[in-house]
Write a protein that binds this ligand. Sequence first.
Ligand code: ADP
Ligand code: MG
Length: 589
Amino acid sequence: MGQIVTLDQNMINMIAAGEVIERPASVVKELMENSIDAGATKIDVAVEDGGRKLISVTDNGSGMDADDLSLAFESHATSKIKTSADLHTISTLGFRGEALASIASVAQVKAISRPKDSLSANCIEIDCGSKGAVNPCSANFGTTIEVRDIFYKLPARRKFLKTANTEFGHIAEQFIRIALPNSAIDMTLSHNGREIYHTNGNTGLRQRISELFSNEIAENLIEAKTDENGLRILALLGKPDISKTNNNYQYIFLNGRYIRDKFISHAIREAYRGSLEPDRFPVVFIFIQMPFEDYDVNVHPTKIEVRFYNTNLLHSQILATLRSKLLATNLDIRAKLPSEQTFGSELRHKEITEAMSEFFKKYRTVTTQQRFNFPTAGRHTAYSPVSEKFPPPGTGQASAFRKFLQIHDSFIVTESEEGFAIIDQHALHERIIYENLCNRIKNGNLESQRLLLPASFELTDAQTELLQKNAELLEKLGIEIVPFGPKTMAIQAFPTILSKSDPVDFIHDLMDLLADKNLFVETDRLLEKILDMAACKAAIKAGQKLTDNEIEQLLADRFIVECASRCPHGRPTTIKFSIAELEKQFKRT
Ligand code: ADP
Ligand code: MG
């Protein structure tokens, strides 16, 4: 006898539920999406025991009449598509007609619905696939669906549910993903009778972000927008101050649907490169609008992944939008002084106040007179200026730095308009050199100078070959190397801007980079690494005493170099303190 049988419909639904309904949060997602598709302007979600006991979603949407209410729980029953052509232009969140059938196959479900024009409501109950009759009842316009005791007939799956807190965490995350792109809809989420989120329908996106996350996040977002090639992008980009240790705060929405996409994630990472340390992740909200026919949502059961027909365009437009905004924005870190409420004790408050007054006692004002008493011409200087455009003292930008102070030969404290800033001299100089190198290489005007005494070094055959293979790159960098004897080469010319670093030492590190196969694949990345390394070597170091002239020049260059607020490694170059914070600390306000 044959071994094969066709499964009954309930088994089919249960198997489908395995894909769509992973945990209570999946039910919340599907039900909320249905409410949105039904045109609701208000959605209330109430759960008990992390959704294990009850999930209830009430909306004021279009509702369903008696026939539809019964049909809605059949598998492949949907009002959202009719023909295969509709599959290419899906504008609703749902379309597979699977969710309600799947949910009802693994839990006790009660649905009450009343269409807009109807005098009465109807209700239906389904217990793990066995469907009762539709009965009239009384209810407001819209739909309520209650899902109790999920997986209660499937002990193996029920056992996999985590604690109420964990399950509620997943529910809250789903709620956030739906609430964010639908900022015109009033939504609440409550757990065990306590309201956790309430987002108002008419207060806008930033307010919604502050309600769902925090004021701190909402206040530290930079907005970038583009509308080109039929692609509309709105991005709210978290400043580096609020970066995270993981990727959980990266929200991408496509036509109102939360999605994950590795190309978009890559574009975000690239856009922030140099603005963030490598192990930090930005807070990002990206809302993409594009024609429905430009992508396929029918590739993943929960539709969290989609297939774009023109990934390259999307990638480059997102990267360009984000990158240009981030580069044009001053991303200096703002120092956070503890507020009074957060002081552990009076003692700590006193300690901080004393430390600050101590600091200001030492703070001296450098006058223009003092600074120009010491001519530096002809003597060896630690800092070689990169800008020729430095305005004469007392005019324009220079007057912004009337006051500064080098502390511990490593940091420069300078007065700024809003208060004062502490600058990491190495990090800033490194960034200046890096940007300068990039610009010069781009414009082909990287000057190099002939060394009075060629610097010779020994190398292996493999290294010789490596240098020969990269002759073009060396030329681009302004480095001239000639054979000098058996297994010996000599550096004859070296970039002027790197004159502070040792040429031989530089070439050795360069060869290490060239030998790194991973970097070799992407030429841009390799060049970037080389410039990065060059800038680090040539920059003034921490612990190096600077003359007033040098400091002044360094501060001036800061404004000439684009994006000078971060060193190439992504470490901050500057930390700002506002006078308002200081006044608060000194109890002046
Ligand atoms: P899909 O959303 O993919 O169409 P579902 O199983 O989620 O499939 O829902 C089946 C149908 O039930 C929907 O197409 C819709 O017509 C109806 N429906 C579900 N939820 C609601 C709701 N909250 N309000 C009005 N109609 C709904
Ligand atoms: Mg649905």
